[in-house]
Design a protein around this ligand. Structure first.
Ligand code: BG6
Length: 505
């Protein structure tokens, strides 16, 4: 691992700095990271983009972006004016452009007396990755007197073949210890907390297996549609956009064995074993959907086919539900149900661990059958977890009621850092633990590529619903997450699906 003190001076080069990702996420995150105590003055930023801007023009825009993300103008001025630069590039495929870029980098390092620590962040469309990496390598920019790191954003390829080709290009010039593949879910505090929850609390691990757990459910719902990203999304779909990366990462963290140490190599090797152990996906384990028109939060919304830049007859899935089997000693026979989609009723990422029911029907005489205990881990937005358990109600009749133990980050801690802040801090510090290794990329594409080549038919679902009706053939009683969210007035008094005796209070 290329470890370096986080506070050694460096040049952070963002390719595609004029794009949406850089503006919304990278610039504010970079600013926060590089202004932490002890790191002031160490970070220089060179934005690279296909615009004819001067340094001053870019500084003015960067100030605007950062001010609108909540920073006071006073804090920004000196950093922006002294440590932020812009370099216009004609084409990421042109060698001449990179010759000029190299001179610019050398010049800045010379003028600012920097020790040639360089980080290249490719915030570019995926089809530009191979050309940009090649141009960096061919122009002697892959190595320097200090450290050189390459950061790339998902998607890492479109299938096994293209992912391998991209990797070959990267490894022609960069060693794996220089490469930081970003899956931003790994930067979320609650995702990292999965390891702490499981391995720092001795009480859960003995329960975390096929003897005590009957199934695992994972829901990654978004209320938004594809918005302005129709052009990209229509060539990707939910399997490539969410399942191959974020969802398989979450499943790996739930299902992995304890690593031998809390370090990148050990954690990665356990995670990759999980993905390799998932059995081949059969058609009957997959439901795909595409949203039609509907209503979200009382507002009408259009269907996917009406979104800008989406092909008129598109068969791209905006929804995927899967039944997976992680065929390891620990999980053999236990289904992992996954559903993810756009235009669902709300934005929510939750993992439900459904335990086995109590073995003896002790309460039969009172006509009470206690439901299974459920642990719901809330990745976002209400970060924390809920453990549902049974209690006797205090009245004289013998009745059980489902109650929960709840933990919410916001009740105990201040601001949770943005995923990108955590990840950028780790790139600067040279820690690869939260980044995706080439072996993980390959294992996940190996699993999904056969499905992508022979996709089952895509059914329509109404925007604002939880997906096509076919998902109930996979699993009739998905855990109802309204239980783990602040109860909305409209849901009060309704029966909990699958638990006819329980009403939501
Ligand atoms: C991105 C996907 O990786 O993750 C998007 O490309 C998706 O389609 C987004 O909307 C979801 O991220 P988050 O952090 O909002 O759950």
């Amino acid at each position: 691992m290329q470890q370096a003190a986080p506070n050694s001076a460096h040049l952070f080069v963002i390719f595609g700095v004029t794009g949406d990702l850089a503006e919304r996420k990278l610039l504010p995150a970079f600013y926060h990271v590089t202004h932490r105590e002890g790191c002031e003055g160490m970070s220089y930023l060179l934005g690279v983009g296909r615009r004819d801007w001067s340094d001053d023009e870019f500084r003015r825009r960067a100030k605007q972006t950062l001010t609108s993300s909540g920073l006071g103008p006073g804090e920004l001025s000196s950093w922006c004016d002294e440590q932020v630069f812009f370099h216009g590039i004609d084409d990421y495929r042109s060698q001449e452009s990179f010759v000029e870029l190299r001179s610019r980098i050398n010049q800045i390092e010379h003028d600012c007396a920097l020790p040639q620590n360089r980080i290249y962040y490719l915030a570019l469309p995926p089809e530009a990755f191979p050309a940009a990496v090649t141009a960096l390598g061919e122009n002697g920019l892959a190595h320097s007197a200090g450290y050189t790191r390459l950061v790339i954003e998902k998607p890492f390829g479109k299938d096994l073949e293209t992912a391998r080709r991209l990797d070959q290009v990267i490894h022609r010039y960069f060693g794996e210890d220089q490469v930081y593949r970003i899956d931003h879910y790994l930067g979320k505090t609650t995702v990292q907390n999965m390891l702490v929850f499981r391995f720092a609390n001795g009480m859960f691990e003995p329960l975390w297996n096929r003897d005590r757990i009957s199934r695992v459910e994972l829901t990654v719902g978004e209320d938004l549609g594809v918005g302005t990203r129709g052009g990209y999304y229509d060539t990707a779909g939910a399997l490539r956009d969410m399942v191959q990366n974020h969802i398989l990462q979450l499943i790996s963290l739930v299902a992995m064995e304890p690593p031998t140490a809390f370090e990148a190599e050990s954690i990665r090797s356990e995670k990759v074993k999980v993905v390799r152990s998932i059995t081949a996906l059969r058609d009957e384990d997959v439901v795909l959907g595409q949203y039609g028109a509907g209503e979200i939060n009382g507002q009408p919304v259009t269907g996917y086919l009406e979104e800008p830049k989406v092909a008129a007859e598109s068969q791209t899935e905006t929804y995927a539900a899967l039944r997976l089997h992680v065929d390891t000693w620990r999980w053999h026979g236990i289904p992992f149900y996954v559903r993810t989609g756009k235009r669902l009723p709300r934005r929510t990422t939750k993992i439900a661990i459904v335990f086995r029911e109590a073995p003896l029907p002790l309460f039969r005489a009172f006509q009470v059958r206690p439901p299974a205990n459920v642990l719901v881990i809330s990745i976002q937005p209400d970060e924390g977890f809920d453990l549902f358990f049974e209690v006797k109600t205090p009245d004289r009749s013998f009745r059980l009621d489902t109650k929960r133990l709840t933990f919410r980050y916001q009740d105990h801690f201040g601001r949770i850092p943005e995923a990108y802040e955590t990840l950028i801090a780790d790139v600067v510090g040279g820690d690869q633990t939260l980044f995706v290794h080439t072996e993980e990329v390959e294992a996940s594409w190996r699993l999904l590529t056969p499905l992508l080549q022979h996709k089952p038919p895509v059914s329509e679902y109404r925007a604002g619903s939880w997906g096509p009706d076919e998902i109930y053939t996979l699993l009739p009683d998905w855990v109802d997450y309204c239980l783990a969210e602040p109860t909305q007035a409209a849901q009060r008094g309704k029966t909990v699906p699958g638990r006819e005796n329980d009403r939501i209070t």
